[in-house]
Design a protein around this ligand. Structure first.
Ligand code: F6R
Length: 258
């Protein structure tokens, strides 16, 4: 357990739609003003609404990702990038298809690399060469994971291949209709995430309430990977009322009114 020098800014909004609107506005604003030349992206259900809004803006011509470089947090191991359940396919479908982004500037870890250790080191090097991540978007797992850094992950961990917790595989089973969820993934480490200049974690729904309370109010410990964000000087949490249900009045009270 470590001291917690920082407390993420917290915004509690009524609905998942409000969370998506607020997050999309922050991301689009950062892109437009050149504060997010390098974006760290997440997949999963939580950011879908954000990607829908950003896609609408790009189709309307009010947002451009032409000069943006992206690095995703994670990818399943053992399935090819063109597998319909890969996170590459997810990103292409939900964000990049509507975007004027240069696809060569979109990066996800390689889940099929013949030498995963080397591929992970290359991913870290690419992030560094790009100048580091300006704004990292995160969701949170029901067990407190960020990226696929499951409980027990070291706070100084870097991109690497990891086993997925049974609860994570169960939570993501819907993404593999008729198939089984891979047992491993490649994920940025907690140290990689903490190196981002700014972090935005999104959470919605009652299933995230316990993890969010542990993250913001429990000990800062690898047992709750998301608690590592309390070691970052510029982290923001945007959640809906359901996800905030287990937060103490003191934590909620510190959140600005929507
Ligand atoms: C996804 C990721 C995961 C998810 C988390 C929450 O790239 O890194 O940490 O953010 O599992 O998933 P959802 O949003 O589906 O509840």
């Amino acid at each position: 357990m470590q001291d917690s020098p920082f407390q993420p800014r917290l915004m509690v909004l009524p609905t998942p739609g409000d969370v998506a609107q607020k997050a999309a506005a922050l991301i689009a604003g950062a892109v437009r003003t050149g504060r997010a030349r390098v974006l760290g992206l997440a997949t999963g259900r939580t950011p879908l609404g954000v990607y829908t809004i950003l896609s609408q803006e790009m189709r309307a011509g009010t947002l451009s990702l032409a000069g943006t470089t992206t690095f995703n947090l994670d990818e399943y191991a053992g399935i090819p990038a063109d597998h319909p359940s890969s996170y590459r396919s997810y990103m292409n479908r939900h964000l990049f298809a509507a975007s004027d982004i240069d696809m060569a500037r979109t990066h996800l870890p390689d889940g099929m690399a013949p030498d995963p250790v080397r591929a992970a080191a290359d991913y870290e090097a690419m992030i560094e060469t790009a100048g580091g991540i300006d704004l990292q978007i995160l969701g949170i797992g029901q067990n407190g994971h960020i990226g696929f850094n499951e409980p027990g992950s070291r706070f100084d961990s870097r991109t690497r291949i990891v086993p997925l917790a049974p609860s994570t595989r169960a939570a993501n089973a819907g993404d593999f209709p008729g198939g089984t969820v891979p047992e491993k993934a490649v994920t940025m480490g907690i140290g990689t995430i903490l190196a981002a200049k700014k972090i935005l974690l999104l959470a919605s729904g009652p299933a995230k309430a316990e993890a969010l309370a542990a993250m913001l109010e429990g000990p800062v410990t690898p047992a709750c990977p998301a608690s590592a964000l309390r070691l970052h000087p510029d982290a923001t949490v945007i959640c809906d009322t359901a996800a905030a249900a287990r937060l103490s009045p003191a934590t909620r009270g510190a959140a600005p009114a929507p």
